[in-house]
Design a protein around this ligand. Structure first.
Ligand SMILES: Cc1cc2nc3c(=O)[nH]c(=O)nc-3n(C[C@H](O)[C@H](O)[C@H](O)COP(=O)(O)O)c2cc1C
Length: 183
């Protein structure tokens, strides 16, 4: 299965925490023989291509940082430029990560993301939430690896289940000790 990933941070790849997280998530997702393609909203000159890919693909993940307790402005602007799909067979999941540790902060944005796929004529495939990601890009070596490595198993989880359900974190907790920080 192919997963189209749309990275929704305004930061360039080299400076983005979302990108470091996605590197690990993709390794896990691809370990089952799946493929991924990643497109970047900060590359505004590619929006026409990204829109085209959005309409063509039926398995899509939006990866985004929490900005002022909601989605980044660049993502809002991109979403407003999309037309709803007519064939209702597209599934959209979300990977949402924030800088601070408090889980409650991510919930408001999660509620918004739950409503989004139906507005685009698509189905909701769940949201993976993770806080405490502020320092990923500043850290080197072992510390960065430790911060992002849980996303490898989440990539595997998504490849197997194609859904981030509410019970997912509980299941994952039992199976992999590294997941206690997912909320
Ligand atoms: C403008 C701005 C607003 C932010 N607002 C929040 C916030 O409300 N809550 C939070 O936990 N982190 C917040 N953060 C931190 C980012 O979510 C966090 O650093 C994230 O990992 C950035 O990912 P990126 O480098 O891919 O953009 C904010 C960062 C910026 C730049």
């Amino acid at each position: 299965m192919n997963l189209l990933i749309i990275s929704c941070t305004p930061r360039i790849k080299e400076k983005s925490n979302t990108d470091k997280i996605l590197d690990e998530f993709k390794k896990g997702y691809e370990s089952y023989g799946n493929t991924t393609e990643t497109l970047y909203l900060y590359k505004r000159n590619e929006w026409e291509t990204i829109r085209k890919k959005f309409y063509e693909n039926d398995n899509i993940l939006f990866a985004l940082p929490l900005y002022v307790e909601c989605i980044p402005g660049i993502m809002a602007e991109f979403l407003e430029s999309l037309k709803p799909k007519h064939k209702n067979n597209t599934k959209i999941g979300f990977l949402l990560q924030g800088g601070f540790g408090e889980a409650s902060q991510l919930r408001c944005c999660e509620s918004y993301l739950e409503t989004l796929p139906s507005l685009l004529g698509c189905e909701y495939n769940g949201t993976l939430l993770k806080g405490n990601m502020f320092a990923v890009s500043f850290m080197d070596g072992k510390i960065r690896k430790k911060m992002v490595e849980p996303f490898y198993n989440m990539g595997k989880y998504y490849a197997q289940n194609n859904y981030f359900n509410k019970a997912c974190k509980e299941k994952v907790k039992q199976k992999f000790v590294n997941f206690e920080n997912f909320i």
